[in-house]
Design a protein around this ligand. Structure first.
Ligand code: HEM
Length: 172
């Protein structure tokens, strides 16, 4: 295997693990905990989205996964017979799902986290606890994050499943 392919695979799999791992933790554990703990949970979300490098790290990992995947996929898909093989078909299903998950992460989920960060900053600057309006907006954003996050996760899991089995798929 050529060195550039090895490097691309390492980047692809490391960043994919980081991105999908966080998505599973976020949807499966963090968001339910935020929901269950009310104002305290919202505080954690404000801190995470406004004061740490978590979100940029996730967007960078998601984009690295997508780009390294695309760079590996493009030359393979170029050969006409590729799509007639089981490997080609399954890898294409996985790649398409991965790209859809990336689009949702960058164009929808990023906007939700930006909104959360803005409300978080407002709350941090004002005196006293969050207003009922701010609480309601934060909870609405959190609920939207849960829904859209689930959708993105479905596409990520399809991508992960397809990529894990692609090379072992027989030709139809
Ligand atoms: C959620 C996103 C993704 C995850 C978790 C993921 C995961 C993986 C994993 C674990 C492998 C190793 C499979 C193996 O060696 O048999 C792999 C390989 C690969 N992935 Fe992805 N991937 C994702 C998105 C993408 C996207 C968006 C593309 C293309 C646009 C892509 C293209 C590829 C290609 C071409 C390979 C190489 C397969 C090979 O060398 O046999 N992946 N991916």
């Amino acid at each position: 295997m050529a060195l550039d392919t090895i490097i691309l695979r390492i980047i692809h799999i490391f960043s994919g693990v980081f991105w999908v791992g966080f998505a599973i933790f976020n949807i499966g554990f963090l968001q339910p905990a935020v929901k269950a703990t009310g104002a305290e949970g919202l505080k954690v979300m404000q801190y995470l989205s406004g004061k740490t490098r978590l979100m940029p790290s996730i967007y960078i990992a998601a984009t690295l996964t997508m780009l390294s995947g695309l760079i590996m996929y493009w030359p393979m898909a170029g050969s006409g017979s590729f799509m007639k093989t089981g490997y080609g078909m399954v890898l294409t299903i996985g790649s398409t799902s991965g790209i859809i998950a990336w689009l949702i992460a960058i164009f929808v989920i990023r906007g939700i986290f930006t909104g959360m960060g803005t409300i978080g900053k407002e709350i941090a600057l004002q005196e006293g606890p969050p207003s009922p309006d701010q609480m309601a907006n934060m909870q609405a954003l959190s609920a939207r994050l849960g829904k859209v996050g689930h959708l993105a996760l479905v596409f990520m899991v399809i991508a992960l499943l397809a990529m894990s089995i692609a090379r072992y798929t027989p030709n139809f």
